[in-house]
Design a protein. Structure first.
Length: 314
């Protein structure tokens, strides 16, 4: 009887709702560490908009100028928006992915192929991006605010203040400004990550120099992040500028995504589409690994609370 009870305990799975909470929570915890990289990336992408000279020479130059002009704590401007983005985007993406994955298995009676997983991941990323766009919009504006002249700053105190003011001052639909490029970026990111992470991990394991450990996951994430960053940045810079633009006397700075794309090419050059590459790349790998670590610890804590000794692998 004792053996049967022990087997049942070992077989207990984390409830779906708890999985979603853990997924969002792990993403939020990881954001605490990488938020400054998001801010640096956004500042670099928005530099040269309406300026004749280049605002920043490099990622280090951004850090130095922010610390000197705004203080060290300014590196965490927009943190509340970054946390809400993870709570909405990551949780929704995980929920949609898990639901579609399980439905596929029930309907087909087999595990999805690699290409099936890519399609599921792209779909889940698109839905998550739509839900997370308001928080993304607030994040872009809050991280950019310190670079604006004092008279032009929006002065949002936190993400909820930002969402309330945007709704009141610009209309509720403004919360989804830049929704299409946000969804496009999410689809590219999910496709690129799924296509390269598992392949990179397999090559590393086959090399004999790595074991299936945090070290292998980190290197795989950084390799995957390189491809993901290169593929998604042109869409990301368009999204960032579209979401940060102002409407002056009823006239917006840009007419749309295509207008931004053409102006970047014409005024700043082709390679400006990858402006902010270093902080964006530096964020992707660590954020993925940190999310994995926090998720692992949350699962362990849950099973310990339930009195279960054999913790299933993620």
């Amino acid at each position: 009887m004792a053996s049967t009870t022990s087997d049942k305990k070992s077989a207990v799975a984390v409830p779906k709702a708890i999985k979603f909470i853990f997924g969002g929570g792990a993403g939020m915890a990881a954001t605490l560490f990488v938020q400054p990289l998001d801010l640096i990336k956004n500042r670099m992408q928005l530099s040269s908009v309406g300026e004749k000279t280049k605002a920043y020479k490099s990622s280090l130059d951004v850090i130095v100028k922010i610390v000197r002009n705004e203080g060290v704590t300014a590196l965490y401007n927009g943190l509340s928006a970054g946390m809400l983005r993870q709570a909405t985007y990551t949780t929704t993406r995980l929920g949609v992915y898990s639901t579609i994955f399980e439905r596929f298995v029930e309907h087909k009676g087999k595990q999805p192929t690699f290409f099936n997983k890519c399609a599921i991941g792209i779909t889940a990323g698109a839905v998550g991006a739509f839900v997370g766009t308001p928080a993304e919009l607030a994040l872009i504006r809050m991280t950019a605010d310190g670079s604006l002249p004092a008279a032009e700053r929006r002065g949002y105190t936190n993400v909820f203040n930002a969402l309330a003011r945007i709704t009141r001052e610009e209309g509720v639909f403004t919360l989804w400004r830049g929704c299409l490029p946000t969804i496009g970026r999410a689809m590219v990111v999910n496709a690129a990550q799924l296509a390269t992470y598992s392949q990179a991990k397999q090559v590393l394991l086959n090399s004999g120099y790595f074991k299936d450990s945090i070290g292998c996951h980190f290197v795989s994430s950084m390799i995957s992040g390189l491809t993901t960053t290169a593929a998604s940045m042109p869409v990301d810079i368009i999204k960032t500028r579209l979401q940060n633009m102002k409407v002056i006397d009823g006239k917006p700075e840009f007419s749309g995504a295509v207008d931004i794309f053409m102006k970047v090419l014409r005024n700043e050059g082709f390679f400006s589409l990858w402006k902010g590459f270093t902080p964006y790349y530096a964020r992707i790998g660590p954020h993925t690994v940190l999310t994995f670590i926090f998720l692992e610890q949350m699962n362990r804590a849950y099973f310990k609370y339930r009195g279960i000794d054999n913790v299933p692998q993620l």
